[in-house]
Design a protein around this ligand. Structure first.
Ligand code: 3PG
Length: 306
C-alpha cells in the first residue's frame, strides 16, 4: 500500500485534510500526517518510508529527498515551487509538481484586501482614499494576477499589466492594458501587485530605480515572495519617500527596521496567509492528492515542474 505523507508546518484546514484522506483512501493509499512540526528532524524521520509527499511552503531540500529512498513524487499544494530542490528531485528520480491556480483566488482577495487596508489608513478612523479610478499594475499575469485584475475592476480601478510570458491578446481580452516594460508599469501605476516567482532572475529584482518610478502615493503590494524585493533599496525608498507604502504577505528580513522607522508606510502579515483559507486548502490539497493518485496509478505527469 502506497504511503503518502502530508507535511505541513502551517496546516491545512481540517476539511482539506479530510478531503485529501478520502481521495487517498479511495485509491487504497495510506495517509500519514505531520503538521505544525518545528524541527527539521521530524520531517527527516517522517519521510523515511513514504512513496509520495504533499507539502505547502515546507522545504523539500536535498537532505529531505535523500532521506526518502522510496519517494517517487512531491506535490507542492500551491503555486510557487521555490521550496523544492528540483535538481535533487531529478537526481533521485523524484517527480515534482505544483497545483497551479488552486489557491489563487484566496491570494488575489488578500492583495485587494491589503490595498483597501492601506488606503484607509489601517482603519484608524482618519480620512483615507479610495481605490476607484486609481491605476493598478499587475506584475506578472498568471493565475493570481488575472484574478487580482478582475477583482480590481470591480472596485473601478484602471488595470495595467506587464508579463513577457503571456500573449498580449490574452491579457487584453480581460480588459487589461498591456505595457511593454516593467519600467513603464511602475512609472504608470500608483498601485503595483507583485506576482512574479522567486528564481535566480527575479530575486532582488524590485530595486531602487523601479520603486522610485512609482507615482505619488505609491503602494507596492507583495503577495508573491519576499526574496524578489531588494531590501536595502526598499529601506532607502521608504526613507526618501514618506508617500511610499510597502505591504507584504510575509515580512521582509528587515522587518524590525521597517516597523521601527516606517510603521505607517508598511504592513506585514504575521505568517504567510494569502492561501490560508478553507477553500484554497481544499482545492489545492485535493488537487495534490488527485495528482499523486494519477501519477502512481497511470504515470500522469501533467503538472510536473522538474
Ligand atoms: C503558493 O505559492 O501557492 C502560495 O505562496 C501559498 O503558500 P502556502 O501554501 O505556504 O500558504
Amino acid at each position: 500500500m502506497a504511503k503518502v505523507l502530508v507535511a505541513t508546518e502551517k496546516p491545512f484546514a481540517p476539511a482539506a485534510v479530510d478531503g485529501i484522506k478520502s481521495v487517498l483512501n479511495n485509491a487504497g493509499f495510506e495517509l500519514e500526517l505531520l503538521e505544525k512540526y518545528t524541527d527539521k528532524n521530524e520531517l527527516l524521520k517522517a519521510v523515511a518510508d513514504i512513496d509520495a509527499m504533499i507539502i505547502r511552503s515546507d522545504k523539500a531540500t536535498r537532505e529531505v529527498i535523500e532521506n526518502a529512498p522510496k519517494l517517487k513524487i512531491i506535490v507542492r499544494a500551491g503555486a510557487g515551487f521555490d521550496n523544492i530542490d528540483l535538481a535533487a528531485a531529478t537526481d533521485n528520480d523524484v517527480v515534482a509538481m505544483n497545483t497551479p491556480g488552486q489557491n489563487s483566488n484566496a491570494v488575489a482577495e488578500l492583495a485587494l484586501g491589503m490595498m483597501v487596508y492601506m488606503v484607509r489608513n489601517k482603519f484608524n478612523g482618519k480620512s483615507g482614499s479610495e481605490l476607484k479610478g486609481k491605476k493598478l499594475g499587475i506584475h506578472a499575469y498568471g493565475h493570481v494576477g488575472s484574478l487580482v485584475a478582475k477583482i480590481a475592476m470591480g472596485f473601478g480601478m484602471e488595470v495595467f499589466a506587464f508579463d513577457p510570458f503571456v500573449a498580449a491578446s490574452d491579457i487584453e481580452k480581460d480588459g487589461v492594458k498591456v505595457l511593454n516594460s516593467v519600467e513603464e508599469l511602475y512609472s504608470e501605476c500608483q498601485f503595483i501587485s507583485l506576482h512574479i516567482p522567486a528564481n535566480d532572475k527575479t530575486k532582488k529584482s524590485i530595486n531602487y530605480d523601479l520603486m522610485m518610478k512609482m507615482p505619488k502615493g505609491a503602494c507596492l503590494v507583495n503577495t508573491a515572495r519576499k526574496e524578489v524585493i531588494f531590501e536595502e533599496d526598499l529601506l532607502k525608498v521608504l526613507a526618501e519617500r514618506p508617500d511610499f507604502k510597502y505591504v507584504s504577505d510575509i515580512a521582509p528580513d528587515c522587518k524590525d527596521e521597517v516597523i521601527n522607522k516606517f510603521d505607517g508606510q508598511s504592513f506585514f502579515t504575521p505568517k504567510k496567509m494569502g492561501a490560508q483559507t478553507a477553500e484554497a486548502n481544499i482545492n489545492a490539497g485535493i488537487a495534490a492528492a488527485t495528482q499523486i493518485v494519477k501519477f502512481l496509478e497511470e504515470g500522469d505527469i501533467t503538472f510536473k515542474v522538474n
